[in-house]
Design a protein around this ligand. Structure first.
Ligand SMILES: *Cc1c(COP(=O)(O)O)cnc(C)c1O
Length: 385
């Protein structure tokens, strides 16, 4: 049903769907069953049980995700953090070492700083745009390099081509958290990354109603990750699988609208006299604008900006907006707005925040799929109040 060369929009709808369909159902039903009857000559590997991630609801997702990301295999997990944690625990053991981009997603940063050392795994943070400095941090047991497509909330785009080349030259597994771009805007496996991870909570599901994650890559890596996941038990429940499957079908439509909305809002804000700085990789003044243009089909739905009135004006703006909810997370159909100093980066001191470029008044927006004109008008109104 799904020739490999079909467009991602077609694959999102059709790839992995059972044909003939089950009982004629056009939509794959939810298999709300913890276990499945044994078949003849079944071995341990054939047992179907929800924790083993092999119900029909899991399988259709695995197939769809592998096809759209151009990977050999995929697995879904109970959250983005479950995907990240399981991947690191599969690839690293006591005595190993890895390199990770600094400024990672907060949960990932805490996992690396608090939990990996307790497992005997060492790491060093790297500057994503200084590839010349990476080799100096290699150790005999460096196994892996970990980056994000765009950092949060300053949307730095690391030298991703250099990451792939460096991993190949030094025999490291290259892992990328591609949540912010989504496979519609960027497909890291095509570029040579070994493993692609998503918080499917965000764009992939797209409706802010479940927490989920996934890992996509080569068959052998994914087999090892599934084996570890079966031990850790972080499987996605079949009803959440169903919601993710439903959300995925409209991924391309949603993300293209979000690319458009974010660019329109970024351009509107840049022209507004109360705004001192707008950060979005789709604006020509972004330091990695050229790289983003070369690698990405669009720059996604997240942008950040600062107002001349700092924190107080930021709070005033957020309180006066009618459309965006003031809430963490991103990637859903509704726009969300936060002040990272008060939410995602509240755990750092003001000085630590300043060091990584997050001012007290910095505002992050994750745009939804509303009409861009309505979003811009809402910001214009609240800024002028
Ligand atoms: C949200 C997020 C995560 C964590 O995902 P959960 O689904 O909340 O566990 C990881 N990486 C990035 C970039 C995220 O935005």
């Amino acid at each position: 049903m799904s020739a490999p060369d079909r467009d991602i929009q077609t694959q999102l709808v059709h790839a992995g769907e059972p044909r003939p369909s089950i009982e004629g159902a056009v939509v794959l039903p939810v298999f709300q069953s913890a276990t499945f009857t044994s078949r003849e000559n079944e071995t341990y590997d054939d047992i179907r049980y929800l924790r083993l991630n092999n119900s029909p609801n899991h399988q259709v997702l695995h197939d769809k995700l592998a096809r759209i990301c151009k990977g050999e295999a995929a697995v879904v997990t109970s959250s983005g953090m479950a995907a990240i944690c399981t991947t690191l625990m599969t690839l690293l053991r006591s005595g190993d070492h890895f390199l990770a981009q600094h400024c990672l997603y907060g949960g990932t940063h805490s996992l690396m700083v608090e939990d990996m050392p307790a497992l005997g795994v060492g790491f060093d943070f790297i500057e994503g745009n200084e590839p010349d400095t990476w080799a100096g941090l290699l150790r005999p047991r460096t196994r892996l390099i970990y980056v994000e497509t765009m950092t949060n909330p300053l949307l730095e785009v690391a030298d991703l081509e250099a990451v792939v080349a460096f991993a190949r030259a030094h025999g490291l597994v290259s892992v990328i958290d591609n949540t912010f771009a989504s496979p519609v805007n960027f497909r890291p496996l095509e570029m040579g990354f070994d493993l692609e991870i998503h918080s499917a909570t965000k764009y992939l599901n797209g409706h802010s109603d479940i927490v989920a994650g996934c890992v996509i890559g080569g068959r052998e890596h994914i087999e090892h990750i599934v084996h570890k996941l079966n031990h850790l038990g972080s499987s996605l429940d079949p009803h959440a699988c169903f919601l993710l499957y439903r959300g995925l079908k409209t991924l391309a439509l949603r993300v293209r609208q979000q690319n458009h909305n974010a660019l329109e809002l970024a351009q509107f804000l840049r022209r507004h006299p109360a705004v001192t700085q707008v950060t979005y990789p789709g604006l020509e003044n972004h330091p990695q604008y050229q790289r983003a243009r070369r690698l990405f089909a669009g720059c996604g739905g997240v942008l950040s900006f600062e107002l001349c009135g700092g924190e107080a004006q930021a709070e005033h703006l957020i309180a006066g907006l009618e459309l965006p909810h003031s809430a963490p997370s991103l990637g859903g159909v509704e726009s969300l707005i936060t002040r990272p100093a008060a939410t995602s980066h509240a755990g750092l001191t003001p000085r630590e925040r300043q060091e990584i470029g997050i001012g007290e008044g910095l505002i992050r927006v994750g745009v939804g799929i509303e009409a861009a004109e309505d979003l811009c008008a809402d910001f214009a109104r609240s800024l002028n109040e």
